[in-house]
Design a protein around this ligand. Structure first.
Ligand SMILES: [Zn+2]
Ligand SMILES: [Zn+2]
Length: 399
């Protein structure tokens, strides 16, 4: 049995080739999860499957952390450092059209975001780490439910259930597969990597009446149209041009009949941003413009302003570390800096509590996009992702 003393440094830590023998097993696990998708907040079977495996490998397992969350810890040596690694487990309400032999057995539910692959890669690392034990400290593996929930998500619920108080976690890491980049390519980014997203719903309260007598009404349709145009100034005239933000008015609803001016008009919009200060500025501008446009026309406006997942902000040191480990594992040619992504991720909440980094792993250049009925996680990534997590844990805890 090799020990840390008689091995060259590089061989001390997990390599992709160390997972070759596990490839068939990892595929079988991924295909099982893929065939049995469970939506956010319903991940009971998935959680049991994961927890049973982890217990079998000798982990101390806590079930039902913040819903169907599973947390597994393994301590080795006398080291006091601890690393947290997170995978998400939930699926989506989509009718699968991949034609895969292991396609969803549940009509209308599908692993269309690759969380089956994320879960499998972390399980692969878990088995390897338990078997080889070449680390000095504590590994904490976080299997999170309900990432797709949009609000009151699995990350928030696990944190509220004491994730960081109950389990040793000095830094936390996670990753998402990334269609459009080659399988095995790893992408990192210090700072903001994924956008924060807010939803705004506005009701203009006018005064309805006959379409032929507009002077006796307060026309909410005209006001809503005015407001949609006025709101276009927020990103173009108020946000610093070196910052990135999106404000899209995506719905307008008003009226039923062509000869009636309605009482109300409703619009809703989606806001994306990469800097929390920009989010505050946009909110302030939307509120002011809405109130003043409505008031100018003699109407009132009700605003529902909902903050969704915040910006995923990677800490510098942990991202540099993950980048270094990624380069050791797959070579510097296969590691690149990720552009800021307009999608959102509830991993952002974990990074409010601990430093850490969220990575992306290419899912193949020709991969259908996430949340598509034809999307499938790329099995080539199973050994690469498992090796990445294992090596990251070993390197972090042995440093
Ligand atoms: Zn998704
Ligand atoms: Zn996802």
């Amino acid at each position: 049995m090799p020990t840390q003393d008689n091995l060259p440094k590089d061989n001390l830590y997990a390599r992709v080739a160390d997972f070759d023998a596990m490839e068939a097993e990892l595929k079988a696990t991924r295909h099982h999860l893929h065939a049995h998708p469970e939506l956010s907040f319903e991940e009971a079977q998935t959680a049991r499957y994961v927890a049973d495996k982890l217990e079998g490998w000798g982990y101390e397992v806590s079930r039902n952390v913040g819903g169907h969350g599973v947390v597994a810890t393994l301590k080795n040596g006398t080291g006091t450092k601890s690393i947290g690694i997170r995978a998400d487990m939930d699926a989506l309400p989509i009718l699968e059209e991949t034609g895969a032999s292991y396609a969803s057995t549940i009509s209308g539910k599908m692993h269309a975001c690759g969380h089956d692959g994320h879960t499998t890669m972390l399980l692969g690392a878990a088995e390897y780490l338990a078997r080889t034990r070449r680390f000095n400290g504590t590994v904490t593996l976080i299997f999170q439910p309900a990432e797709e929930a949009g609000k009151e998500s699995g990350a928030q619920k696990m944190i509220a259930d004491g994730l960081f108080a109950r389990f040793p976690i000095d830094a936390i890491f996670g990753l998402h597969n990334h269609p459009g980049m080659p399988a095995g390519a790893l992408l990192t980014r210090p700072g903001a990597i994924m956008a924060g997203g807010n939803t705004v719903r506005i009701t203009i309260n006018g005064k309805g009446g006959h379409a032929s007598r507009p002077h006796l009404t307060i026309d909410p349709v005209l006001i809503a149209c005015n407001l949609v145009m006025t709101l276009q100034s927020v990103v173009s005239r108020n946000v610093d041009p070196t910052e990135t933000a999106v404000l899209t008015v995506s719905t307008i609803h008003a009226g039923e009949a062509s000869n009636v001016i309605p009482n109300t008009a409703k619009i809703s919009m989606s806001v994306r941003y990469f800097d929390p200060a920009v989010a505050e500025l946009i909110e302030e501008r939307i509120r002011k413009l809405t109130a003043s446009v409505a008031e100018g026309h003699g109407a009132t406006a009700d605003i529902e302003y909902e903050y969704g997942y915040p910006v995923v902000i990677n800490s510098e040191a942990e991202t540099a570390f993950a980048n270094e480990v990624a380069q050791e594992l797959v070579g510097s040619d296969n590691v690149s800096i990720c552009p800021p992504l307009p999608g959102s991720e509830d991993f952002a909440y974990f990074l409010h509590h601990r430093p850490g980094s969220f990575l992306r792993l290419g899912n193949g250049k020709g991969s259908p996009i996430l949340h598509s009925s034809k999307y499938d996680f790329n099995d080539e990534n199973l050994t690469i992702g498992a090796a990445m997590w294992a090596r990251l844990a070993e390197r972090y805890l042995n440093a």
